[in-house]
Design a protein around this ligand. Structure first.
Ligand SMILES: NC(=O)c1ccc[n+]([C@@H]2O[C@H](COP(=O)([O-])OP(=O)(O)OC[C@H]3O[C@@H](n4cnc5c(N)ncnc54)[C@H](OP(=O)(O)O)[C@@H]3O)[C@@H](O)[C@H]2O)c1
Length: 334
């Protein structure tokens, strides 16, 4: 097939390690090898994309590069028997947007095994409002439920509640009948979080314990933590007996200073969540669950839709922790 030209948000790294970002026109001949060429309809902005776009070590090693760990689109060409032109598909995580050119572009080319069918209950747009953030939130819920979390057991705390993973977790937990307490640093996000289903709002500072006490008042039956650091340490100290904490993020800090007392006196479980290396069969199950439990009207409330020309300013907001909900990138709009 003939090559096609498209716009992409590109990042270069200078010899001094600085990121230079601009929109460029590329050709499908510039894309990496792979069996499936997908015309991208939607992508979304995740914290990891902001790190990749700022040449942060640990996310992307090879520049120039196109970030975008999420993509939903339509197969244009495929040399794999599993995929035909016209299929509606999603590609999230794996190496997309890290060292493989990602979804902030008109096209991606990827290995066939990275491609999933878009769940029937979701449009491409809805799938990308969920994106890796929604997928990770669903994984966190699955993790705490595997430790017997149930609505009748008590309140579930979500930290970084107004962020991408946090807002999806608030929404999904509340539709599942949980009493959700949303911890946020944004004073003006309370009504918005209540609309997503939070029953109580907790200022972020309330979870920054500076005492040396190993345990505090037991409050939460389960928790989804997206921020790490002292907040995660405080969450552990405030879990009820048998409580489960799903830990997926580190926007506050990657360090955790804790004692063993929550684990050995309150039987608390700390559960690690990783979306990138989730095996394919499990991914399909989590996407199916996500499609079943997410509500379209809540997704609309969570999303801010932008175009490629607006990516830069929104990545800056992500890095400053200022984003509310999910940033949906429409690649078909100009
Ligand atoms: N494990 C995985 O597979 C996986 C998958 C996806 C994401 N993640 C990680 O999860 C984290 C959240 O990702 P995201 O895409 O949801 O990011 P995001 O949209 O930027 O949300 C992060 C939220 O954390 C809060 N926050 C920001 N700075 C903070 C600070 N210094 N201290 C405490 N809270 C702060 C803010 O919410 P409030 O203002 O409401 O507090 C912010 O909106 C990131 O670390 C990301 O890398 C991991």
């Amino acid at each position: 097939m003939s090559s096609k030209r498209f716009r992409a948000y590109r990042v270069e790294r200078t010899d001094q390690g600085q990121a230079v970002r601009r929109i460029q026109t590329l050709s499908t001949d510039d894309l990496p090898e792979g069996e499936v060429l997908v015309r991208v309809h939607y992508s979304s902005l995740n914290y990891k994309d902001a790190l990749s776009a700022t040449a942060s070590k640990g996310v992307t090693r090879n520049y120039p590069h196109t970030p975008g760990i999420d993509c939903a689109g339509i197969v244009e060409e495929s040399t794999s028997a599993d995929w035909q032109a016209g299929d509606e598909v999603i590609v999230t995580s794996y190496d997309l947007g890290m060292d493989t050119d990602g979804g902030f572009a008109g096209y991606i080319r990827v290995p066939a095994k990275w491609v999933l069918r878009c769940p029937k209950a979701l449009t491409l747009r809805e799938a990308m409002i969920c994106g890796t953030a929604g997928f990770t939130a669903a994984q966190c819920i699955q993790a705490i439920e595997a430790r017997d979390a149930r609505p009748e057991r008590g309140k579930v705390l979500v930290t970084g509640a107004s962020g991408g993973v946090g807002s999806m977790a608030v929404s999904l937990l509340s539709t599942q009948g949980y009493r959700v307490v949303a911890a946020t640093g944004k004073r003006d996000a309370a009504d918005w979080l209540r609309n997503l289903g939070a029953q109580e709002i907790l200022p972020r500072e309330a979870l920054l314990d500076e005492s040396a006490r190993p345990l505090l008042e037991a409050r939460w039956a389960a928790a989804v933590d997206t921020v790490g650091g002292n907040i995660l340490a405080t969450v552990l100290k405030t879990m009820r007996y048998g409580g489960a904490v799903a830990c997926c993020g580190m926007v506050a800090s990657s360090e955790l200073h804790a004692t063993v007392f929550p684990f050995i006196l309150r039987a608390v479980s700390l559960l690690g969540v990783d979306s990138q290396s989730t095996p394919r069969a499990l991914r399909e199950r989590i996407w199916a669950k996500l499609a079943e439990i997410c509500r379209p009207e809540r997704l609309d409330a969570i999303a801010t839709e932008i175009t490629l020309d607006q990516v830069d300013e929104h990545l800056e907001c992500l890095l400053k922790g200022e984003v509310r909900g999910r940033i949906l990138l429409n690649l078909q709009a100009h």
